[in-house]
Design a protein around this ligand. Structure first.
Ligand code: KG4
Ligand code: ZN
Length: 369
């Protein structure tokens, strides 16, 4: 039996989404069930770890059952169970890991722990098969560059294969989605601010000169978004002044620093955030000219301007640099278990369908395992 005939259940509980999915052959999504907890965390404008773990514990079994029944299979048809076991909120990860190990052990199939961030890289390589619903993209060609842009990560990878992946750049402060969410909160948008800021930006115009684009060292592939976040907040709220500075400015007869409207702040912020990502990808392509594919994933890959600028059409990065750009379908941009099942299937296939032993556990950071 090749990987093409194998059915794997994926489980995802690393942050505030409880998700389960069934995937055939590492690419064909048979079911993809996601229960978001956004309503539970909205009043705190951020994810509260204890609330997240409790909600996962309540939801995990019904979600797994639904994923199996939506897929039209029985639990006895599964050939393996994959679970995101790093990085993430430890209490949340442990709920998924415990469920995955118990289920795999009771079914007598292998269980495999996979890295959530690396799984995001496969989100543009999976799809629904048949029935006119979506399509299954062809397998990607390697070597590839990878870009993960999410609420917790902003990283660039060099991928020799889907499982042989090295991180070559990462944020040194805020993740891009975190900057979107924080600026969104200051602009009075509902949490998570990212998608709402994206919509608002379409109604404003980007100011000239724009907000700062962080370059770091001349060849750096790392990111920094905290300066951009501060620039956006000051542009909306005004630059803070102590009494002496204000008195001096007023003595010079200068007006207070002008502020921008919320839609214009959103448009200027979005323009700079996306330009930062494109700049670092251009540098990465100069450093790794052999890359023929760009794998993209993470919540911010749903962003309308980023998709436009990355695309293989028009003047997008893909067409300029002759890259096969794998933008995920919307349902696979955000945290989901189909991408976990996809990476789990490839990992198990490489290992001859031998799973992790039952000492496999969760870790809050990738480095800890
Ligand atoms: O991948 P994800 O679901 O969770 C993490 O692993 O972090 O990403 C969630 C992030 C949030 O910060 C959310 O605001 C952001 O993705 N996001 C967006 C858009 N849709 C979701 N950011 C900008 N534009 C969007 N359209
Ligand atoms: Zn994620």
């Amino acid at each position: 039996m090749t990987i093409d005939d194998r059915i794997v259940l994926g489980i995802e509980t690393s942050c505030d989404e409880t998700a389960a999915a069934v995937v055939l052959g590492g690419r064909t999504v048979l079911s993809n069930v996601i229960a978001s907890q956004h309503d539970l965390h909205a009043e705190y404008a951020g994810v509260v770890p204890e609330i997240a773990s409790r909600a996962h514990a309540e939801r995990i079994l019904p979600i797994v059952r639904r994923a199996i029944s939506d897929a039209g299979v029985r639990s006895g048809d599964l050939h393996g169970v994959a679970v995101s076991n790093r990085p993430g909120l430890i209490g949340s990860l442990l709920v998924g890991v415990a469920a995955a190990k118990a289920l795999a052990w009771s079914l007598g199939v292998p269980v495999v722990g996979v890295d959530h961030v690396r799984a995001h890289l496969l989100a543009g390589c999976i799809g629904r098969g048949g029935g006119g619903v979506g399509h299954v993209p062809p397998p990607p060609t390697f070597p590839a560059l990878g870009l993960v842009v999410s609420g917790g990560h902003t990283s660039i990878y060099f991928c020799r294969t889907a499982t042989d992946v090295v991180r070559v750049g990462a944020t040194i402060d805020d993740a891009i989605g975190e900057a979107y969410d924080k600026v969104g909160t200051v602009l009075g948008l509902a949490f998570p601010g990212g998608p709402n800021l994206d919509r608002l930006a379409r109604t404003g115009s980007a100011a000239k000169p724009g907000f700062p684009i962080s370059r770091l060292g001349p060849e750096s592939l790392d990111f920094s978004f905290s300066g951009l976040k501060t620039a956006a907040i000051y542009a909306y709220k005004g630059v803070p002044e102590d009494e002496r500075t204000r008195a001096k400015r007023e003595a010079r007869g200068e007006p207070a620093h002008p502020t921008l409207s919320a839609p214009d702040v959103a448009a200027t912020f979005q323009e700079a955030a996306v330009a930062t990502v494109i700049l670092k990808l251009e540098r990465a392509l100069d450093r790794y000219p052999a890359a023929v594919t760009l794998l993209v994933g993470g919540g911010v890959s749903a962003n309308s301007l980023l998709r436009e600028r990355l695309s293989g059409k028009g003047g997008g990065l893909g067409s300029r640099r002759r890259l096969d750009v794998r933008l995920p379908e919307m349902e696979y941009c955000l945290d989901n278990a189909a991408m976990i099942a996809a990476l789990g299937s490839l990992t198990l296939a490489e290992r001859g369908w031998v799973g992790d032993d039952l000492t496999m556990t969760a870790a809050p950071t990738t480095a800890a395992l």
